[in-house]
Design a protein around this ligand. Sequence first.
Ligand SMILES: NC(=O)C1=CN([C@@H]2O[C@H](COP(=O)(O)OP(=O)(O)OC[C@H]3O[C@@H](n4cnc5c(N)ncnc54)[C@H](OP(=O)(O)O)[C@@H]3O)[C@@H](O)[C@H]2O)[C@@H](O)CC1
Ligand SMILES: Nc1ncnc2c1ncn2[C@@H]1O[C@H](COP(=O)(O)OP(=O)(O)OP(=O)(O)O)[C@@H](O)[C@H]1O
Ligand SMILES: [Mg+2]
Length: 358
Amino acid sequence: MISSPGAALIRRQQFLLKCLGAYRNKSCNTSSRSIKMWSVMSGGTALEADAISVLRSITPSLHLSRHKGQAGKIAVIGGCREYTGAPYFSAISALRIGADLSHVFCTKDAGPVIKSYSPELIVHPILEESYSIRDEEKKSVSAKIIAEIDKWMERFDCIVIGPGLGRDSFLLDCVSDIMKRARQANVPMVIDGDGLFLVTNDLDLVSGYPLAVLTPNVNEYKRLVQKLLSSEVNDQDGAGQLLTLAKRIGATILRKGKADHISDGDAVHGVSVYGSPRRCGGQGDILSGSVAVFLSWARQCAVIGEVKMNPTVLACIAASVVLRKSASLAFDSKRRSTLTGDIIECLGRSLEEICPVS
Ligand SMILES: NC(=O)C1=CN([C@@H]2O[C@H](COP(=O)(O)OP(=O)(O)OC[C@H]3O[C@@H](n4cnc5c(N)ncnc54)[C@H](OP(=O)(O)O)[C@@H]3O)[C@@H](O)[C@H]2O)[C@@H](O)CC1
Ligand SMILES: Nc1ncnc2c1ncn2[C@@H]1O[C@H](COP(=O)(O)OP(=O)(O)OP(=O)(O)O)[C@@H](O)[C@H]1O
Ligand SMILES: [Mg+2]
């Protein structure tokens, strides 16, 4: 059941309206059709809001005085023998949204492959799967991996855990340790793909960590609901169930689908901007890299006036809007042949149309 809104929630709702209203008349050399999202605060009040304004409020302007790294340093932990596309899509999307540096930590096998896709990515092929190490080596190999990641951890503004990670048990144990380190260092995490498999089986990794964002697709969401709420997905009360799940976990969830639904346990927001009917694999990977960048930006500007907006929620709204708009642009020209790479090509144009570089 959705509980009554507290004073803080009402203030937040009023703030959101004010913040959105402030931008409504700002000129924009885009087609500027209003991009709509809806929000349901805990009291059940629906409000139509302008997601363009959320994007504009968190996207930093570009100045000649800014140095490399200030627009975001992102790391993706993922990429194994089977999957090299997913971490690439996530990491390159982070750069296309506007991050300055994008790293990938992947297995030794995946490293050369991912490097060959792009010279823009900084690729660390340091992870290992069980098949490549003997049992007696596991402890020392694991310690070496953690030591290597530790050298970098505090430099990252956000890490994405899971695109194309695979399910190897040794690898997942190492990634659990990496997540614990990230949490200790207060580094935000976006958990997707096989990272969600890990978290579903060990909730403590993200439980009560407000800087964690979970981005489940249909299957991943179903597994979370079954495990944590001991029930089936309830689409009659989808918003209520998402709210309960987010509250139970103590983190933000972006439930992907025909409309994207976002909750941090206080409110549920929906983004239903028209996207594309093409369902080629990899679109969730674009989303994870994009959320990471917007989260690093939103954390820098989420305190406006007296009210603090949850940066994880703002980041999810922004990423969802830009991905869907990009998918729509790509589909306009590529139609049935639209691939994930085509959507990534449109990320810059989508964001530019909403937040033009002055
Ligand atoms: N190029 C690459 O390297 C990419 C690699 N990736 C990486 O792959 C790993 C596994 O991730 P995943 O998403 O493939 O696994 P999962 O969620 O179990 O789905 C598998 C099956 O579930 C079904 N299904 C899906 N949606 C559904 C729906 N709406 N409604 C109903 N059913 C639905 C559908 O089953 P089918 O229709 O074939 O029976 C689908 O085939 C992970 O590491 C990820 O990051 C991807 O990022 C893609 C690009
Ligand atoms: N039925 C749909 N209609 C319109 N857009 C959708 C639909 N399903 C998903 N999307 C869009 O695609 C994005 C990715 O969702 P999807 O369910 O494909 O993730 P995923 O399965 O994790 O993708 P990936 O193949 O990268 O693993 C969502 O954020 C949403 O914007
Ligand atoms: Mg996925």
